[in-house]
Write a protein that binds this ligand. Structure first.
Ligand code: C2G
Length: 129
């Protein structure tokens, strides 16, 4: 059975996130999603609106997501690939090249992002309401 893993904040869950996870689920048999904790998002320098508990629960409720784990550190990807026998690490192309160091452990795939939707855009449009 082919295991896929991906990582992300998934703040204000939107169609761009859904389409990515849907495509990932088609690459294999098991999709694991590591959702960044609130603390790790501050390490990433990323402000989040929705707390980890809720972001994780939303992702966990998606029918083609098999498992949700917390993402707490940059280094955990190497451990996770071993721990979960990951065949494919996949993430949006905004990270292209950043995780090539995983190539000796598993396949590394960068997928195109869904255009014209992002949490940043959503936040901006909310401001004008
Ligand atoms: N995404 C997408 N299309 C969008 C927005 C996001 O395909 N319009 C993808 C991103 O490329 C990423 C995933 O959805 O693969 C989650 O996006 P974010 O929550 O923004 O992820 P990020 O904060 O970049 O966290 O260690 C890796 C980081 O935790 C990735």
């Amino acid at each position: 059975a082919k295991t896929i893993i991906t990582y992300g904040t998934f703040d204000m869950f939107h169609i761009g996130h859904l389409k990515l996870l849907k495509r990932l689920s088609k690459l294999g048999d098991k999709l694991i999603v590591a959702v960044s904790t609130d603390e790790f998002n501050s390490v990433k320098g990323k402000k989040v609106l929705i707390p980890y508990k809720h972001r994780a629960e939303i992702v966990r409720s998606i029918k083609f997501v098999d498992e949700v784990i917390p993402e707490t550190r940059w280094e955990q990807k190497i451990e996770d690939v071993e721990k979960y026998n990951v065949d494919i690490f996949a993430i949006g192309e905004d990270w292209k090249g950043k995780f090539d160091f995983l190539k000796d452990k598993c396949e590394v795939v960068y997928l195109e992002r869904t255009p014209n939707v992002s949490t940043t855009e959503l936040k901006k449009s909310l401001k004008h309401l």
